[in-house]
Ligand binder design. Sequence first.
Ligand code: COA
Length: 431
Amino acid sequence: MTEPYLTQPIDEQSARAVSDAGLRLAIVDTSDDAAFDEWIRADFRGFHSEHPKPELLAEARGYLRDRRTTAVYDDAIPDAGRTSPVGTVNSWIAPLTVPAGATVDSWAISSVTVAPTHRRRGVARALLGGELRTAKALGVPVAVLTVSESVIYGRWGFGPATSATGWRVDTKRVRWAGGETTGRLSFTQPDAYRQTAYDVLNRVMAGRAGEIALSPYLADRLIGPLTGTPDADKYRLVRYDSPSGEPEGFVSYVVKDGDDFVRHTVEVTYLAAATEAAYTAIWRYLLELDLVAEVSIGVRGVDEPLPYLVSDVRGARVASVEDHLWVRILDVPAALTARRYERDGSLVLEVSDDLGFAAGRYRLSVSDGSAEVTATTDAPDVSLSVSALGSVYLGQDAARGLAVAGKLTGDAPAFDALFRTSQPPLLSTWF
Ligand SMILES: CC(C)(COP(=O)(O)OP(=O)(O)OC[C@H]1O[C@@H](n2cnc3c(N)ncnc32)[C@H](O)[C@@H]1OP(=O)(O)O)[C@@H](O)C(=O)NCCC(=O)NCCS
């Protein structure tokens, strides 16, 4: 069955804007290998990646056909103008986990690139506007993306909604302090383990606000290397099974050589743990690897429990803290009723939105953790932009900072008490 988002017509407003700039907007027919290859090449070029080889193009086509794939062409470019895009974007509908484990459909956007030869002429503005209008027309309540630069997407109403931490652990310095671990660890191969890994990943993604359901492409990148991944021949995959034989986690990683043979570095691609037992067993395994002096891992939560598992907390250092998932609310009632709340209360919210999708005054009434949202003319308790609403939507501790900055006005403590969750949201991968 063809997903409705794949057959949704091109956004006319964006097509006009691009045309006014002397360019052409088009949906790419992803069943046309030659056309799709050119789009993939443009996407790779846009992120300064390599020229994709034929096997990589074939793999990418297989994985990405089911995304809505949009291109901008400059037909005036000699030879390749009609076929080689100067702008790219793709999108699909991904269930996004919201507080207390429900999901809401989100419009996931990726591969936003504009050729350096055509930058700052409004191409990205046209592409993003088109994505948001298309999602809105399909009734998708929120749009989401992960970003190369944090300065780009606020103007389209996105707000940073999760934070991610990167870690470096000096494994010659720390000893395991996490108590007994149970279960069985064993090496496996991506092809043999793939279906089981999907099940584990589905549990992980459903278990935390901010995670999204993973397509095979997004999942396979975590399980094993895709074509062209650096150090592909050095990947290791270790699975964790509970004492009763239940698959509950895995870790994929690469061991990098150092000058000193007893001081290798482990770079973790992904650590999936559906249970605490899996989590502790896998961390213990990583920290106790012989001939290794450092383990590095990215895209963990701001509440990562690692420091509690080691004998010397300064041996496990936070190497980075960054904004990660960006959320754009398109339909306030649908978005706010999809999540649950840890406290009850009632507030009138005045939401401003330069693009108009979400603007309005809403009464949010929470009873027994579930919300009702209605339009109201009552005086607002809190006023904020749609981008600020995106930042707090998944429960992140952002309201107090937004209030200090004057980006959220009114009863900030009451708003914070309603929206914030005891567990901060996390997206543990990129898309
Ligand atoms: C980011 C990118 C897509 C922008 O494309 P573009 O067509 O040049 O952007 P536009 O001309 O439509 O710019 C729209 C607005 O965003 C601003 N903007 C765009 N890119 C920006 C950037 N990298 N930093 C700061 N502002 C930026 C523009 O100044 C403009 O601002 P305005 O609304 O105040 O006029 C393009 O520079 C690119 O491909 N970069 C490399 C790949 C990348 O990082 N993609 C994003 C992936 S998440």
